[in-house]
Design a protein around this ligand. Structure first.
Ligand code: SIN
Length: 539
């Protein structure tokens, strides 16, 4: 029995891809190029371009400089990941970086070049070399805008915008219970369709909306992790939520990132009252270009111990012309808000940015369930360890998608028979008792609690209190789910609460401080280089 929403259509495809960011789009194009007759459903919660990837500013890392190498990129990745990076996975992904950049260029992505027509490689925190390919400060937008027209030209890619995946389906007549489809809510009609297929690909991105401040768009609600966990698939390293040090602090202005590339070009972090460059006290060598965990924690500590809500990012020592040329999007946005960054300092706060953990996979996105792949931010390959190195995420998304498109052929060659599958979503009598205001209240409450108790600094007492609060909310929201019409906001809330619970449980298990996970009661690193793993029996 499912909750009270009307059953829609039953549709069959070879592959269902959930999510239209860089990973989802790359997967579709690579698979279609490899096997043109494959029928792919591409499911996107809003419009195709509404993804986390679209918002990416900085760029995509690849060792292309004459003084650089995959080995050096690996050394930096291992250092940022603070003992938890899987060297094999990392080496394999980083080795594919230049071939993925070439793929993007073939699709029409234009990266910035210098006066010698060579890639204009930028620098970001934790990188010992300049190695960030970028398109101004809107690299994500440039990539997605280039890929979408190719997707739209393909008659075998069926687009389902304004559709949200609800639940993964398993083939009960097989001992291995392969994943064989997904229930999908048409958010416009409110009907729940049954999509049957031979392979499901989760490319749903992260879950920044778990926290009060985030650099992510509203769609980042951890849907893939939540669905995979409910289906009994192992989830790993959820305690390592990465906070980006510099979200613009502005009342009533949503989630605007100030790219790390600005610190790469020499910006300082200063205290509002004294103007002190406080990073001197936290990372005297690397200063503002220390890894994100160190910089975010320094800002948190400074604001906790003062009355300030934010710190300043200061790039006033660069000319207006330089800033306009290198950071056009940031410059325009700030100018609209009355901040001229060549003269004014920018108020910033740390914000939830990237889920380093996720569905446990290999570098081809294989999960532990047959026919289920997870690619990009939703996945945990071991590349990021305890703290992701800047601009390794778009790279991982693209490389995994490329690998998954090849790997899944083995399942496409063994199609499932869907005759045994249930008739579809089991709808009861529909009574629309939607509780929008309660849903909002839960959401606001949860995000505040997560920020206070499971944010940049954690303690056992706080995490335990928070766990109780989450379980209470979870119980209420499960009741809404089973008793009321399923809507996108209810599904997202249900997912985010589960993701929050996984973060808190993982954080409680890790009694040490490492990378993005800082426990005030265990401030040092212990000898714990094991992954955190959570798994439940399928529901
Ligand atoms: C940024 O531009 O600061 C974000 C890049 C990243 O998250 O890797």
């Amino acid at each position: 029995m499912n909750s009270l929403s009307q059953r829609g259509d039953r549709k069959s495809f070879d592959v269902v891809v959930i999510g239209s960011g860089l990973a989802g789009l790359t997967f579709c194009l690579t698979l279609i190029a490899r096997r043109p007759h494959t029928r792919i459903a591409l499911v996107s919660k809003q419009a195709l371009s509404d993804s986390n990837s679209y918002w990416a500013q900085g760029g995509i890392a690849a060792a292309a400089g004459v003084d650089d190498s995959v080995q050096q990129h690996l050394v930096d990745t291992l250092a940022a990941g603070d003992g938890l990076v899987s060297p094999l996975a990392a080496k394999a992904i980083l080795s594919q970086s230049l071939s993925y950049i070439a793929f993007l260029q073939q699709q029409g992505v234009v990266f910035d070049q210098n006066d010698q027509s060579l890639p204009d490689l930028a620098k970001e925190g934790g990188h010992s070399k300049r190695r960030i390919f970028h398109a101004g400060d809107h690299t994500g937008r440039a990539m997605i805008d280039a890929l979408i027209p190719h997707i739209q030209q393909q008659s075998n890619i069926y687009l389902f915008e304004s559709h949200m995946a609800v639940k993964l389906l398993r083939q009960k007549d097989r001992p291995s219970e392969d994943i064989s489809g997904v229930y999908v809510l048409d958010t416009k009609s409110g009907l729940i369709d049954t999509f049957l297929c031979n392979v499901v690909v989760l490319a749903t991105g992260g879950a920044g909306k778990t926290y009060r401040y985030t650099t992510n768009p509203d769609i980042a609600t951890g849907d893939g992790v939540a669905m995979a966990y409910r289906a009994g698939v192992p989830i790993s390293n959820m305690e390592f939520y990465q906070f980006h040090p510099t979200l613009l602090y502005q009342r009533n202005y949503p989630n605007f990132l100030i790219s790390e590339a600005i610190r790469g070009e020499g910006a300082y972090l200063r205290l509002p009252e004294t103007g002190e460059r406080f990073m001197r006290r936290y990372a005297p060598k690397q200063m503002e270009l220390a890894t994100r965990d160190i910089v975010a924690r320094a800002i948190f500590t400074e604001t906790e111990h003062s009355n300030d809500q934010y710190v300043y990012l200061d790039i006033t020592h660069k000319s207006k012309a330089f800033l306009k040329q290198h950071f056009p999007t940031i410059n325009d946005t700030l100018m609209r808000l009355g901040i001229d960054m060549s003269q004014d300092m920018i108020p910033v706060v740390p914000a939830a940015h990237y889920m380093c953990g996720g569905v446990l996979t290999d570098i081809s996105g294989r999960t532990q369930a047959n026919r289920l792949y997870a690619i990009g931010e939703v996945a945990c390959t071991g590349l990021h360890g305890a703290n992701r190195l800047a601009s390794n995420s778009l790279l991982e998304a693209g490389v995994m998608a490329t690998n998954a498109a090849e790997d899944c052929l083995v399942w496409l060659d063994q199609p499932l028979s869907h005759e045994q599958m249930s008739a579809g979503w089991d709808s009861g009598g529909v009574t629309d008792l939607r509780r929008a205001s309660q849903i909002n209240a839960h959401w606001r409450g949860l995000r505040g609690e997560m920020t206070s108790y499971a944010g940049i600094v954690r303690t056992e007492a706080g995490l335990k209190d928070l766990h109780q609060l989450i379980l209470l909310r979870q119980q209420m929201v499960e009741e809404y789910y089973w008793q009321h019409v399923v809507t996108q906001d209810l599904l997202e809330l249900r997912n985010i609460i589960l993701v929050a619970e996984l973060i808190v449980r993982s954080a409680l298990q890790r009694c040490e401080s490492r990378g993005g996970h800082y426990r005030e009661d265990y401030p040092n690193k212990a000898d714990n280089t094991k992954r955190t793993l959570l798994r439940q029996a399928p529901r």
